[in-house]
Ligand binder design. Structure first.
Ligand code: BTN
Length: 278
C-alpha cells in the first residue's frame, strides 16, 4: 500500500511494453493471466477482439491487451480515446455459470477490482455508478461489460477495462481535459502499466471468485466504500427524462437508489449519473 509501483520496475522502457512473457513474470495469480494472453500493438477494440475469440471458443480468463485502440468503445455508444503508450486497454473473456440477471453485477465487480488495484498505487480512487473510476472527481477509467446470452444463461461475457495510466493531458480530447485525468497526472510521476496490470489481474481474480460464489454482498460492501455519490445530490439522465435526488447507495442487486425531493425512491437500472456540486 502506498508504494510507488514504478520503483518495482526499474527498466521503464521494458516496463512499458506489453508481452505475454512480461505480464506473466512474477504474476501472483492462480489462474487469471496464466493461460492465453493476446497482446496487440493496435486493435480496433479489445472488446471486439475478445468477442471474436469467445465465439471461436476461447476459454474463460483469456485476456486481450492492446497498446492502442482505433475504435475503443465506451458505455452508451460513446468512444474511448485510446492513444498508444500510456493507457491500459484490456478485455477479459468470462463464462460464468450464473443466472443471466447477474450480468450487471459484473461491471460492479470489475469496478471493485480496478479501484482496489489503483488504491495499491497509493492513490484514492472513487467509483461512480455504474462503471466509472475517478480520482479527485475526474474520470481515470471505465468499464464496458458486454455479453452474449443463450437461452437462459450467459454464453460468454466480456469485461473491458480502460485506464488512463500515463496518458498526458494533451492526449486527452479537449472536451474532456477538465473532467478526465490519468494516474500519472494525478500522482505526478509515471506508473508501470505492466505492474499495474499484474495487480489488476490479482484483484480481478479475487473479486470474480466472489462473484461466482454468489457473494455479491461483500462486493457491494467494498464498492460502497469507494462510492463517490453516496449521500450526495445527483442528476440522473434516463432515456426519457432527468431526475434530481439524493443518491442512497446500491440495492442488494446493484441497482442505484435515488430519493427525489418528494421522498420517493427511484430504482435506477440504466442511466448516466452526474454528481451535483451541492
Ligand atoms: C466507459 O467509461 O464508458 C467504458 C470505457 C471502457 C473502455 C475499455 S478499453 C478496453 C475495452 N475495449 C473497448 O473498446 N472498451 C473497453
Amino acid at each position: 500500500m502506498g508504494q510507488n509501483i514504478m520503483s518495482l520496475c526499474p527498466d521503464k522502457r521494458l516496463a512499458n511494453r506489453f508481452s505475454p512473457h512480461a505480464i506473466k513474470e512474477h504474476l501472483g495469480t492462480r489462474w487469471l493471466g496464466q493461460q492465453a494472453i493476446y497482446c496487440f500493438d493496435v486493435v480496433e477494440s479489445t472488446n471486439t477482439e475478445a468477442n471474436r475469440l469467445a465465439r471461436q471458443g476461447a476459454p474463460e480468463g483469456t485476456l486481450i491487451v492492446a497498446d492502442a485502440q482505433t475504435r475503443g468503445r465506451g458505455r452508451l455508444g460513446r468512444s474511448w480515446v485510446s492513444p498508444p503508450g500510456g493507457g491500459l486497454y484490456v478485455s477479459m473473456i468470462l463464462r460464468p455459470a450464473c443466472r443471466p440477471d447477474w450480468f450487471p453485477r459484473l461491471t460492479l465487480t470489475g469496478g471493485v477490482a480496478v479501484a482496489s488495484a489503483i488504491q495499491q498505487t497509493g492513490m484514492r480512487p472513487q467509483l461512480k455508478w455504474p462503471n466509472d473510476i475517478l480520482i479527485a472527481g475526474r474520470k481515470v477509467g471505465g468499464i464496458l461489460t458486454e455479453a452474449v446470452f443463450h437461452k437462459r444463461r450467459i454464453d460468454f461475457a466480456i469485461l473491458g477495462i480502460g485506464i488512463n495510466v500515463n496518458t498526458e493531458r494533451h492526449e486527452l480530447p479537449i472536451s474532456l481535459r477538465n473532467v478526465a485525468t490519468s494516474l500519472r497526472l494525478s500522482l505526478g510521476e509515471p506508473v508501470s502499466r505492466i505492474h499495474l496490470f499484474q495487480i489488476l489481474l490479482q484483484q480481478l481474480e479475487q473479486w470474480y471468485e466472489f462473484f461466482c460464489a454468489g457473494d455479491f454482498e461483500t462486493i457491494l460492501k467494498i464498492w460502497s466504500a469507494f462510492d463517490t455519490t453516496l449521500g450526495r445530490v445527483v442528476e440522473v439522465f434516463l432515456p426519457q427524462r432527468r431526475l434530481v435526488g439524493l443518491a442512497e447507495g446500491l440495492e442488494s442487486n446493484g441497482t442505484l437508489l435515488v430519493r427525489d425531493k418528494r421522498g420517493r425512491v427511484h430504482r435506477i437500472i440504466a442511466g448516466d449519473v452526474v454528481r451535483c456540486k451541492i
